[in-house]
Design a protein around this ligand. Structure first.
Ligand SMILES: Nc1nc2c(c(=O)[nH]1)N[C@H]1C(S)=C(S)[C@@H](COP(=O)(O)OP(=O)(O)OC[C@H]3O[C@@H](n4cnc5c(=O)[nH]c(N)nc54)[C@H](O)[C@@H]3O)O[C@H]1N2
Ligand SMILES: Nc1nc2c(c(=O)[nH]1)N[C@H]1C(S)=C(S)[C@@H](COP(=O)(O)OP(=O)(O)OC[C@H]3O[C@@H](n4cnc5c(=O)[nH]c(N)nc54)[C@H](O)[C@@H]3O)O[C@H]1N2
Ligand code: SF4
Ligand SMILES: [Mo]
Length: 745
């Protein structure tokens, strides 16, 4: 009989970083519970976390590489698979140069250590300018606005939810998503606690979302107009002399340019287009300005929209003007244990190069994923001929999925690192499956920087990696070696040592690190024989703000210290960090970045945009995770999630009834989905979730295929971007909706 043991691991399935308590029998996870002793999550668990075991043991999950032979994907050994990668990529690189190989980095890269620590060296080895990621269908506007405001695109303030008395939330639904750019396990509980202590929650959302249902005030805004609302709030704060910079006053530049730039955006001017009356906007501004602890927070509905960067900037601007930036109960910066206090990089800028076909500016060394199809389809020097995807499914996740699907099918080589044959990886010539999360160690490189408390937690693998299977970081390093011309037999350890030594050299050069100016050879000799992500993480922790400085600081953090604390270490509540973490050239918060102010002319177009016509927005459900967890039986039970939500008044006008099939059409495509009538959605708006559409030929996900749904990104338009950040407009898509007339049999 199998003996059961208990293992602890941070859940990698969303940004909340909950601790899991896993029961393991032999190599199987037989029970999942919330870890009551986790310092951050205290036992909280959502349905996805509960499905961790089913996801790991999913029979459709690949455990062996697949290689295309005579048009079919067939199982292959790892040696054969890497030889095939070399055979396909090396001639393309030789004959057409590095830009001929594009890379797409999907969302789970930020949820595992391989992506967190090896994506950068991997992309560096590929040397291509054609890198795109899920960021340009997600949070890139926030990176750009924070890069411009604070000099560091990773310095993103988060709402101090546990200490605020007024939370104004735009375009987020954490009761379903469990939070984003806001790492806090049990957000439902934290929102309840806010209201129990007398605090107020205001939700701005065209839908009465699950989060809006429990708000003190729900403002059903017209999609895509949050910039207008926030600019009018800022205008009011200035107009009514409510500005209160407090401690930050000496560290803020450009404020004098703000008021003149906002003069068009009065509450009266924005009331029509936003659908929110001027009095309410003024009241919101006064409440924010006069509440001691208050904060504005914006998410998907403020970033994946036409004016995403302006909106993201305006969120921080309102917090700054009302005295709520970098102060308890306001918007605060986390202090991640693995990141030196200063970025050590030159001040942020974009547009260091532009994309070949549409001339779109580079942002964070990426091109917009919305232009990937252009780069594949358009002949000429620099045309993309091969694609490497890592943890992504752009056919379902990015605009005009039909066009991108066809473009990917036309490529000479498609190399995918993914555990599933999904809608994108079905085009692979080589498909390399990473091991499941239970076989891998974990540390949230991305999320401790977005966390509402300073926390660290390291999880070792729950079950050892089966013999002969490479970990995901080893797959990345091998492909990097192939791209660097080493052939298929890459010396992974030698390349890994190079990566580690490069990082160490950077850390000693960074005057914000705890090992600034030290002798790297000496520190290198002090490392204790680890390899892979563990070595990198150990160095980062030791050089970080709580680190042992390689022996210089008694009781400082090392990886070994974390290994002794399976429930994590709480490093305390957030503390003010400005101006020390600023990386702008001026050393100040740049309140009025020129490129953002210049974009206000474009935003002003929305002041007199016609309000007629239906627009489409997205939504998430607690039991989904973008495109890739629809194959887990326990998450797929219950009612159909992929429905078109329509307000009954619109339905009456369109002749639609509940359960009807409706055709939804946009400039670029059309889909048919069942109608769900609900008063929860504003009139003039319809909502369809993304991540569905699993019935494409070749997809190997039996459960998902049985309830495929439709791909919302057949409707989203690759031409429609927030240009400053390259982010696609996924909310506020003009659509028409009509009944599908079925001919009786
Ligand atoms: N219309 C519309 N479109 C959207 C959105 C929206 O709101 N509306 N949201 C956007 C957002 S916010 C995001 S983040 C994107 C997501 O877009 P993508 O990142 O392209 O897609 P995911 O569905 O997250 O796909 C993740 C893939 O990673 C694989 N995977 C899971 N774990 C691992 C792992 O550890 N290693 C590797 N190598 N692979 C793994 C899964 O099998 C899956 O195939 O979608 C965007 N698309
Ligand atoms: N269960 C579950 N959790 C997830 C995910 C998932 O797929 N499923 N995905 C994860 C990922 S990758 C991310 S990025 C996060 C996203 O986390 P959230 O940002 O919380 O995402 P959503 O739940 O999509 O909430 C977005 C809300 O914005 C509203 N909205 C749409 N357009 C507008 C607009 O123009 N203005 C305003 N004010 N609101 C608008 C929508 O109606 C919706 O309620 O969730 C993460 N967590
Ligand atoms: S909330 Fe997120 S981290 Fe927590 S259990 Fe659910 S999926 Fe995992
Ligand atoms: Mo996302």
């Amino acid at each position: 009989m199998a003996t059961a043991r208990t293992a602890y691991r941070t859940c990698p399935l969303c940004e909340a970083t909950c601790g899991l308590e896993l029961t393991v029998e032999d190599d199987r996870i037989t029970r999942v519970r919330g870890d009551d002793e986790d310092v951050f999550s205290g036992g909280y668990l959502c349905p996805k976390g509960a499905a961790f075991g089913q996801l790991e043991h999913d029979p459709d999950r690949l455990r062996q590489p697949l290689v295309r032979r005579d048009g079919e994907l067939v199982p292959a050994s790892w040696t054969e698979a890497f030889a095939e990668v070399d055979r396909l990529l090396t001639p393309i690189l030789r004959d057409h140069g590095p830009d001929a190989v594009a890379a797409y980095m999907g969302n789970p890269n930020v949820h595992n250590l391989a992506g967190g620590l090896y994506a950068k060296p991997f992309l560096k080895a590929l040397r291509t300018r054609n890198v795109a990621s899920a960021s340009t269908v997600d949070q890139m506007p926030k990176h750009v606005s924070c890069g411009l405001l604070y000099g560091d695109p990773l310095a993103i303030p988060v709402p101090d939810i546990d200490r605020t008395d007024l939370l104004v939330m735009l375009g987020a639904n954490p009761r379903m998503s469990n939070g984003s750019l806001l790492t806090a396990p049990d957000l439902p509980g934290r929102l309840d606690a806010l209201r129990r202590r007398g605090g107020r929650l205001v939700v701005v959302d065209p839908r009465r979302s699950r989060t809006a249902e429990d708000a003190d005030l729900h403002l059903a805004i017209r999609p895509g107009t949050d910039a207008l609302l926030l600019l009018a709030v800022a205008w009011t704060v200035l107009d009514e002399d409510l500005v209160r910079l407090g401690r930050l006053a000496p560290f803020v530049a450009g404020l004098e340019d703000v008021a003149p730039a906002l003069d068009r955006f009065t509450p009266e001017a924005v009331a029509g287009p936003t659908g929110i009356d001027a009095g309410t906007i003024r009241g919101l501004a006064r409440d924010l300005a006069t509440t001691e602890r208050a904060v504005v927070y914006g998410r998907i509905g403020t970033t994946t929209v036409r004016y995403g960067t302006v909106t993201s900037w305006a969120v921080d601007l309102v917090n700054l003007l009302t005295g709520h930036l970098d102060t308890p109960g306001g918007a605060m910066f986390a202090r991640p244990a693995h990141v030196p206090d200063r970025s050590g990089r030159p001040p942020f800028r974009t547009g260091r190069w532009t994309s070949r076909v549409r001339g779109l500016p580079e942002v964070l060394s990426e091109i917009p994923v919305a232009t990937l199809a252009d780069e594949i389809e358009t002949p000429g020097e620099g045309q993309v001929r091969a694609l490497v995807t890592v943890a992504g499914n752009p056919v379902l996740s990015t605009p005009n999925g039909v066009r991108l699907d066809a473009a990917i099918a036309s490529l000479d080589a498609v190399i995918c690192i993914d555990p599933y044959v999904n809608e994108t990886t079905r085009h692979a010539h080589v498909l390399l499956p990473p091991p499941g999360a239970m076989h891998r160690s974990h540390y949230d490189v991305a999320f401790y920087g977005l966390s509402v408390r300073n926390v660290v937690n390291y999880s070792p693998p729950v079950v050892p990696l089966p013999d002969g299977r490479p970990d995901e970081w080893e797959i990345l390093v091998t492909i990097a070696g192939i791209a660097a011309g080493q052939g298929p037999d890459v010396d992974v350890d030698a390349l890994d040592a190079f990566v580690a030594r490069t990082l160490l050299d950077q850390l000693v050069r960074n005057d914000g690190s705890r090992i600034a100016g030290r002798e790297p050879d000496q520190l290198w000799a002090m490392l204790d024989g680890r390899r892979g992500p563990e070595r990198l993480l150990d160095m980062l922790l030791r050089a970080g703000p709580y680190g042992d400085g390689f022996g210089a600081v008694a009781d400082g953090l090392t990886l070994a210290v974390l290994e002794g604390q399976p429930h994590g270490i709480d490093l305390g509540p957030l503390e003010p960090r400005l101006p020390d973490n600023l990386a702008t050239a001026s050393g100040k918060v740049e309140a009025a970045p020129a490129s953002v102010l210049a974009d206000l002319d474009r935003v002003a177009d929305a002041l007199d945009a016609p309000e007629d016509g239906l627009v489409l927005v997205g939504r998430r459900h607690l039991r989904t995770n973008n495109s890739w967890m629809h194959n887990v039986p326990m998450l797929t039970k219950g009612r159909d999630l992929c429905t078109l939500q329509v307000h009954p008044d619109d339905a009456a006008r369109l002749g639609l009834s509940d359960g009807d099939e409706a055709r939804i059409s946009s400039r670029v495509g059309s889909v048919v989905a069942p109608v769900e009538l609900t008063h929860d959605i504003a009139t003039g708006v319809v909502s369809l979730p993304h991540g569905f559409g699993h019935d494409l030929p070749g997809v190997v996900q039996g459960v998902a295929r049985s309830r495929p749904g439709v791909n919302a990104n057949v409707l989203t338009d690759e031409e429609d971007l927030d240009v400053l950040s390259g982010t696609a407009v996924l909310n506020g898509i003009p659509v028409t909706v009509e009944t599908v007339v079925t001919v009786p049999a």
